[in-house]
Design a protein around this ligand. Sequence first.
Ligand SMILES: *Cc1c(COP(=O)(O)O)cnc(C)c1O
Length: 359
Amino acid sequence: MIPYGRQLIDAADVAAVTDALTSPMITQGPHLAQFEEGLCEFTGAQYAVAFSSGTAALHAAVAVAGIGAGDTVVTSPLSFAASANCARYAGATPTFVDIDPSTLNMEPTLLGPHIDAVVAVHYAGLPLDVSKLRHRPRVVIEDAAHAIGAVTAYGPVGNCTRSDMCAFSFHPVKTITTGEGGAVTTNSATYAERLRRFRNHGIKHRADADGWFYEIESLGFNYRMTDLQAALGTSQLSKIRGFVERRNELAERYRNVLSELPIELPPRAPEGWLHAYHLFPIQVARRRHVYNAMRAAGIGVQVHYIPIYHHPLYQDLNIKESDFPCTEHVYSRLLSLPMYPALTEEEQDRVVSTLRESL
Ligand SMILES: *Cc1c(COP(=O)(O)O)cnc(C)c1O
């Protein structure tokens, strides 16, 4: 089976993890600090705090921003459920605005005035321009699970020049991996401090107290990343530019060979931006037929995503599908083709010929 996405692990990654495994601290040690420094350097943000998953990173970002009961958090309905679940974890109410079919991101001009926070998803690795939000809510969090390595007119995604915090995921299908893992970048010392406490049970040490003393002032979690994961993260981060470049090459190759087929290709990044191409989502008529034919031929196409408000968990929001015509239309036709740096041109040709036959 050719999957829709997978990690690329080499001997240097294996050596980095092996080395971390025999070092004195295998969690909360020097590899974690090094990975966080590497994320700051790569994104340009002042602070980076690593987490056990992208979902934990999103939960932490929403919580430390002070979002809670009575607050409304808007996100894109065309995303993984974690983009909205993070609001629920904090006791807030998630809500959605329709997508812009020309970017497949949420339509920023649809954002109303009574929103407390936005979780801005950069769908497929194409960044949403958060400076275009019609009403800027109190808190702007980027869900950049797809978009590490992407660049906008405002610099690298994650530099937080247009947001309060930016969350990443290092799940194996994402651009770089730590097995499971995530991080939040920010330029706020206050948020960074709260994020570190949130991932460690809310524990606070005081410089003027006895060495053994600590206090828990607020509820936290164990959302820590191990040093084994962080060592893998640093090794992966050293190769990220090549990963993103390869994804862009594969995307251009798809665009060339697919141009005459009766399908819609994914939106391109604006001039001067860099797309991260976590996904290569095409739109096809008779999607069920194409999905089944490709799966039967061993091509692991996937649908990203079932609109979040379709899930039974979200029925309490009483959302009407008719309020989301673009999301519904696009969802009915979406299909992600395999896209990852280890995909060979022969495999990509097989994907294309199978798609052509199935159409
Ligand atoms: C993968 C993903 C997440 C969650 O990341 P995990 O590391 O799997 O917890 C959140 N948002 C989006 C858009 C994702 O694709």
